[in-house]
Write a protein that binds this ligand. Sequence first.
Ligand SMILES: [Zn+2]
Length: 445
Amino acid sequence: MTRRLLSIGCLAALAAFAQAPAGGLNPAVQAVVEGISEQRIAAIEQKLESFGTRNLLSSRDDPEHGIGAARRWIEQEMKSFSPRLDVRQECHLEKKNLRVTRDVQLCNVVAELKGAVHPERYLIVSGHYDSIVLVFKKDQPRVIDAEATAAVPVAPGVTDDASGVAAVMELARVMSTRQYEKSILFVAFAGEEQGLLGSRYMADQARQHGAQIEAVLNNDIIGSDVAGNGRKEDSSVRVYSDGPEDSGPRALARYAKEISERYVPSMRMNLVFRADRFGRGGDHTPFAEDGFAAVRLTSTEENYANQHTLHDTFANTSPSYTTRVARMNGAVLATLALAPKPPGVTRMTAGRATPMLTRGKSGYDAALQWTYDQPESDLAGFAIVMRDSTSPVWQKQIAVGNVREYVLPDVSIDDIVIGVKAVDLDGNESLVSAYAITPFRLVPR
Ligand SMILES: [Zn+2]
């Protein structure tokens, strides 16, 4: 009977459960969630609006107006949070192109909280501090950047994306009161509106230097709880993750849903298995394209009439909604930052990564192996998770102890998806490493 418990039929019956059984709550994570202040998020949004415009091409030198003033304020503010934070501007020259009408110095603002156990492993939480207003002109074939035309440029950009930056800055303030196992980068990107320029630069640098970025949570448009047609939704957020199935972004999205809903039960995180909305992209895109686990969080409802216009103001945003989404970010970031690294589930065979999963001695079992070099001192062991191939979330979880192999008798490796995660003594869980099917090609490339 126990063998049958693991059968496909039973897994299908378990589909009624939204996800694997919830783990316990870690007080250190709860403290982050509870520390996020709506008042502070609202104040940051109002301050960012007060710069008038944060367009990439706006003034760099004016003390109160334009992107330069905004950037200096974000940097100084984050420096004031904690001596643990290493806050810096990371700048490069962006050459003139179709959307950037002159050479311009582009600066991301980065606050780094060094990890105590795995300082080389990074988590990134981000938003973009630049803003834009787009105008349509009859004689022009495409929308144009109002910054280039307006006598007094204004681009309030509060929902898009002072909301994301406010969440990032508030997370930096709350999380820098303690240390985590992994390093966290709190990032305000520039140049998003002209083509994801700041994030492209950072992602490409990270790839070239072989940086270990375990997760990127990009927050873009997280202040909107009413759509332009009046539809309201203030208790859910969308998380966009590019495939294929069991890609890094998908694994992160599943993790984010499970953990955020555990710590913020009033909110739902809706999985959208797509790179982004139609015709849109965000600062997660360059990271995902460079092979990192990067996802986008964005409100369920959007007001398209306000986006990229003079009406994207503080009066038209919801700081309480942004606060709830920031709390979800905090739960995911803190849990992941405290958690062990994920296990390895592939080995190199004839030059390609092959899953360490077989049908076992019987030919009808699921025989799993995984690797785990240099275990953390607080590692408790591993858990195996399973789901139907059509299920968006993990459905079943089995704690198997501190081992490196396990046999699930009478389980077909062909019909369900199986993964492994590491768990520490406090119950913090790593990302799941899934045994994915290696693409089969008749003609090797
Ligand atoms: Zn945006």
